[in-house]
Structures are given as C-alpha cells and as structure tokens.
Design a binder for this molecule. Structure first.
Ligand code: NAD
Length: 455
C-alpha cells in the first residue's frame, strides 16, 4: 500500500488491484460457507427501498426467470404506502414470482435487517434506498452472506467512500456477487464504442464533455406539518447532501462514469463553479447549476455541466473528442445511447463514420442478466469498487464547486467531513442528520467563504 506522508489513502492505492484494503473490522471474523445458486435452484430476493427504482429493479430481477427460478420473498421500506404500492405493481406483472405475506413486509429503519433475515446465504438483496444507507445495508448483507444489487451512488462523501471500499474487499473475499446500478456499463452500444475508442478510431482522447441540463430537480420547500423532519429529508433525499450527495451527484454520476470509462481513468482533480439563482421559496441545499473541469493524470480534461433551471436549453448527453475524430457516448437520457463516431468534431450526418447498428438491448435488464448469470455460474462479479470510485469522483466535482477550490481525488478520499455519521443508528424517533438554520433554511454551500467543508 502506497501511503501519503500522513498515512492517508492515495488515488493509486485505490486504483491498484483489489485485496489491499483491510476488511471492515465488523466483518473481519465472519466466516461464511461457500454457497451459490445453480441453474435449478430458486433464488430468493428481498427488496430494501420500494420506490421508483426499487420497483424497476425487482421487475428486472424477476424477468431473469428464463435463467432459473427466482422470486421476491421480503420487502422493507420506511413508508408503508411506498411498500404497498410497489407490492401491488410487482404482483400485477409477476404474480407467480411474488411470495411476500404481510409478515415479510417490514416498515422502519431496521426493516432491512428483518428482510435480509428472511433470506438464506446465496440469495439476493436489492438495496434501492437513498444512498446514505448503502454502507449500512451492505454491511449487513455481507454478514448474512447475501449477493447484492445496489443502486448508485453508493457513497456520498469521503468517509462513506472509504468504508465502502473496505466493504468491497470484504464482499469480494467472501465470493459475493455484487452489482452496482451504473447500468450504462452494461450497455452493448457503449461497450462497442469503448472497444472502438481503445482501437484508436478517434485517435488519442483529449477532451470529454457531459451535460445534464434539464428542468427542476432536487427542489424542496418547507416541511409539511404531518411529516417528521427525518422522514421529510429521507423522502426528499435529492435535496439533502447527507441523504444523496445532492441532486448533482444523483443525476451526473452516470455521465461522469461513462466518460471516465471511455478514458479508462479517473480524474486526479477538479475545479468548478455554480450557484443558486431561481430557487424561489425552496430551502434545500442544492445549487441550480454546476460547471466542472476535471483533469486526468495526463492533463486531458472532462468538462461537466449540470443545470436545473426550466426554460433553458436542455441536453442530457456525453461526448468524447480525440486527435482524429469524435464520439457520442450517449445522446439523450441513458438509453438508447445511440453511440456514434464522427470523422471531425461536428456531430453532423455528413461526418458520420459509425453508429451502433440495430436496437439496443435495455441496460437495466442487462445488468441483471449479468449479475444472475454470475451467481448461477459462480463466476467472480463485484462492481462495488468501481461504484465507489465513480461516486467519489462525482463528489470531488461537487465539493470543488461548493468550496470554490481545486479538490484532488486524494483529498476527497481522505476528507473527514462525514455528512451523516450516525446514519446506522437512525430510528423513526431520531432527529434528522441536518437541522434548519436560524434563518429557516438548511445550510447551503458558500464557495470562497466556507472553503474547508461543503456546508
Ligand atoms: N440507475 C438509475 O438509472 C437510477 C434511476 C433512479 C434512481 N436510482 C437510484 O435509486 C435509489 C432510489 O431512488 P428512487 O428514485 O427509487 O427513489 P424513491 O424515493 O422513489 O425510492 C426510495 C425508497 O426507499 C425508501 N427508503 C428510504 N430510506 C429507507 C431506509 N432507510 N430503509 C428502507 N427504505 C427506505 C423510501 O421510502 C422510498 O420508497 C437512489 O440511489 C437513486 O439514485 C437509480
């Protein structure tokens, strides 16, 4: 392990081969039997976080039934209405694969444990809550010997990333298969584009660009009177940095990750700017716009622009520019990507050299097909390190904007500001990790003024 003078982790440590970071101490003594679900074994699944993506993910999981039997057996959420709506929806589409009696539906911040207790080692748990809870739930899944699908982002700050990297090692050592919901990595069109870029079809990459310029996102006004402060923040998680890393992180991680994938590297530093302009009565923590310059070790750049202001130009796409041409990595939203290569730097039909042919398979389904295949064949499969690195790089850009400083990968990784250090001890009665200020607003970043921490 390469250590910086003060013993901190460096970027090279993180990028080096797996197996070098000590196991999370809580898990160090746990010995698990080697189990895997072969083709004919039924895989049982628990869903933790029954909202929009949780409902989508369990549908993708159950749709792998052609590879072997799989069923949903337990569910957990903090809002009964979310769990019930998800249950109804999934039962409609997959009646014969849903076996969740009322006593396997769990409400509360400890519901994740009870849902996982309903599984046996080698089964699968889906973690689709806001990201703040990811390391807490993943820790328990490893203890139980469960395979995991977890949504992105997987961390929100430096301390939770360090913890997640330890858990990545612990889960890989225990032969657990873990998918992370950066589904663009499973997209057939992007994979073919990646091969072509590596083959030099656009020359050496000099610049990448990513945009998520859309309408409102992460806006939150005052708390409704019938909701506790904690549940309000959990429900509106895009608005609170402790819960999600903020709307920039939640939205941009995909585009940043796909650009870094094409570059085959993580950037070493970031600088940027942003601000709040049209927030009205909303008192959440987010800026309206973020503009970030990431720099890779070879000096090349990734420029990222994010905006949540209605009425402006909209774009949701990523591009790569090389010495001999350019590429569209994604065109609009996540899928279809419509990957293309152009001979120059104008995205114009006259200069088109290649486009991914045919219909693109849905990457949300592919990521599940691949995970279940790895589980049934007992093949190594663990995306957690990559997911943690993508989360960290996204947070690095966010912190650069929020503080108004250049922030390095190593600084972000070793930063001590943990947004919600007691997230593993939350109960329904707990105070929220973030409190309103005396001005009636939640603390917001002040670039150039508050330069050490994001709030
Ligand atoms: N890969 C993608 O394209 C994609 C798309 C959408 C969302 N996501 C990710 O999925 C995650 C969930 O997003 P969503 O849009 O489904 O949000 P959502 O609010 O619709 O769902 C989250 C659910 O988790 C529940 N929950 C919150 N805290 C919990 C806890 N401690 N224990 C149990 N349940 C809890 C909420 O009540 C809610 O039902 C986020 O990390 C988000 O970034 C990924």
């Amino acid at each position: 392990m390469e250590n910086t003078p003060n013993g901190a982790l460096s970027r090279r440590d993180v990028i080096k081969k797996t197996g070098q970071i000590a196991a999370a101490s809580a898990l160090a003594g746990v010995v698990l039997p080697h189990v895997h679900a072969a083709e004919k074994n039924t895989i049982e699944v628990a869903l933790v976080g029954c909202g929009g993506r949780g409902t989508g993910a369990i549908a993708n999981a159950l749709a792998t039934a052609k590879a072997g039997p799989i069923k949903l057996v337990a569910m957990a959420d903090v809002f009964p209405e979310r769990l019930n709506a998800c249950f109804r929806s999934i039962r409609q589409g997959f009646a014969s694969q849903v076996e969740v009696p009322d006593d396997r539906k769990f409400i509360g911040f400890d519901g994740y444990q009870k849902a996982m207790d309903a599984l046996k080692p080698g089964d699968v748990v889906i973690l689709a809550t806001p990201p703040a809870f990811r390391w807490v739930h993943f820790t328990y899944a490893i203890e139980k010997g469960l395979n995991v699908f977890m949504e992105k982002p997987v961390t929100v700050d430096g301390p939770s990333t360090r913890r997640m990297l330890q858990l990545a090692e612990a889960s890989a050592r225990r032969n657990l298969k873990v998918g992370v919901g950066l589904m663009c990595r499973h997209c057939a069109a992007r994979q073919e584009l990646y091969r072509r870029i590596r083959d030099g079809r656009v020359g050496a990459l000099l610049t990448l660009r990513a945009y998520r310029l859309v309408g409102r996102g992460g806006f939150t006004g005052p708390r409704p009177a019938d909701l506790s402060e904690l549940l309000h923040q959990v429900q509106r998680f895009h608005s609170f940095f402790w819960a999600s890393g903020g709307v920039f992180m939640d939205y941009l991680i995909h585009n940043i990750d796909e650009c870094c994938w094409m570059k085959d590297a993580w950037p070493v530093r970031a600088q940027g700017s942003g601000g709040r302009q049209y927030r009205g009565n909303n008192i959440d923590q987010n800026f309206d716009h973020y503009s970030i310059e990431y720099t890779f070790a070879d000096g090349t750049k990734l420029f990222v622009a994010a905006r949540n202001i209605p009425g402006c130009h909209q774009e949701f796409a990523s591009y790569a520019h090389g010495t001999q041409g350019s590429a569209v990595i994604s065109t609009s939203s996540h899928t279809p990507a419509r990957c293309r290569i152009y001979r120059g730097h104008n995205v114009t039909p006259a200069d088109l050299v290649w486009r991914f042919p045919g219909t693109e398979p849905n990457p949300y389904q592919l990521e599940w097909d691949h995970l279940i295949d790895a589980i049934r064949r007992d093949r190594p499969y663990n995306e957690v390190r990559r997911g943690a690195e993508a989360s960290l790089v996204t947070a690095m850009g966010r912190m650069a904007v929020h503080t108004g400083r250049v922030v390095t990968f190593d600084e972000m990784l070793n930063h001590e500001h943990e947004f919600a250090p007691e997230v593993d001890r939350l109960t329904m009665a707990s105070p929220a990790p973030l409190q309103l200020g005396t001005d009636g607003k939640y603390p917001q970043p002040q670039p150039g003024v508050n330069t050490r921490r994001e709030y």
